[in-house]
Design a protein around this ligand. Structure first.
Ligand code: COA
Length: 249
């Protein structure tokens, strides 16, 4: 287990905090494994009512660790990143996200699988997959066009245009945008705590009903995207772009 994921348990709320500030909370293989393990445990722990995923008041996450992408690229669905994706997809308990600062790559796409998402108005979300020679992941090629229409989703996924927390809330990617990172976290905690006083079985069944119509299709798309993504990671386009980031100074 890695210190870069801090786990706090407070009554029925489990908070998973990304804590690798020197690398803008970029996610390593060890961090994905730790997150997946904690989510699995929360899902079967009768004392846990909800899970909160957050970073710091300055940064959510810069996405997948780019050095990891070059040195130990995921090769199949058993890889930590895909295990994390599939565990979040299958999680039966409510998952709430609190987002401030940068939310790049999977830092944005994971939000599509959370139940409630609170962002700071000035959060900076971005999915620069194509810019890095990659392709969309975590079901985003299905879920974003469905949410925003093809033309808007194309701006975000094909051009890799960034957008603010305020826009994320306008477009339905986030539940609400708040004035600061601290305010987003406070609101996320307040709403997550509400699940402590709701009947857990009714919450679980209701989430299942909301997710069930799409679950198999989303899973299939995650697998299809994953197969192409792992190929792309080894492509000359991606290796050049990812090495460019590592060697930029
Ligand atoms: N993987 C590995 N290291 C990363 C990283 C990532 N995804 N994102 C940032 N870092 C590292 C930087 O290399 C730098 O490390 P160093 O101090 O050892 O040189 C440190 O984190 C700080 O990053 P920096 O770029 O200086 O911070 P910033 O505040 O100017 O910008 C970001 C923050 C998130 C906008 C910028 O770091 C960024 O664009 N990162 C890459 C995001 C990305 O493309 N992710 C992959 C998506 S698939």
């Amino acid at each position: 287990m890695t210190d870069a994921i801090q786990i706090e348990r407070e009554r029925g709320l489990l908070t998973l905090r990304l804590n690798r500030p020197d690398k803008k909370n970029a996610l390593t293989r060890a961090m994905y494994s730790h997150l997946a393990e904690a989510l699995k445990q929360a899902d079967t722990d009768p004392e846990i009512n909800a899970v909160l995923i957050t970073g710091s008041a300055e940064c959510f996450t810069a996405g997948n660790d780019i050095a990891d992408f070059l040195q130990q690229p995921p090769s199949n669905l058993d890889s930590p990143v895909f295990q994390f994706m599939l565990t979040l997809l299958e999680c039966r308990k409510p998952v709430i996200a609190a987002v401030a600062g940068a939310a790049v790559g999977i830092g944005t796409t994971l939000l599509l699988h959370c139940d409630l998402v609170y962002v700071s108005r000035d959060a900076r979300l971005r999915m620069p997959f194509v810019n890095l020679g990659l392709c969309p992941e975590f079901g985003s090629s299905l879920l974003l066009p469905r949410l925003l229409g093809h033309a808007k989703a194309a701006e975000l996924l094909l051009l890799g245009e960034g957008f603010s927390g305020e826009q994320a809330a306008e477009w339905g990617i986030a539940t609400e945008a708040l004035g600061s990172g601290e305010a987003a976290l406070a609101k996320a905690r307040e709403m997550a705590r509400r699940f402590e006083s709701l009947p857990p079985e009714a919450v679980r069944i209701s989430k299942q009903l909301m997710k069930a119509p799409d679950r198999e299709q989303v899973r299939k798309v995650i697998e299809e995207e994953g197969a192409l993504f792992t190929q792309r990671l080894r492509s000359p386009e991606a290796v050049a772009a990812l090495s460019g980031f590592i060697n930029r100074h």
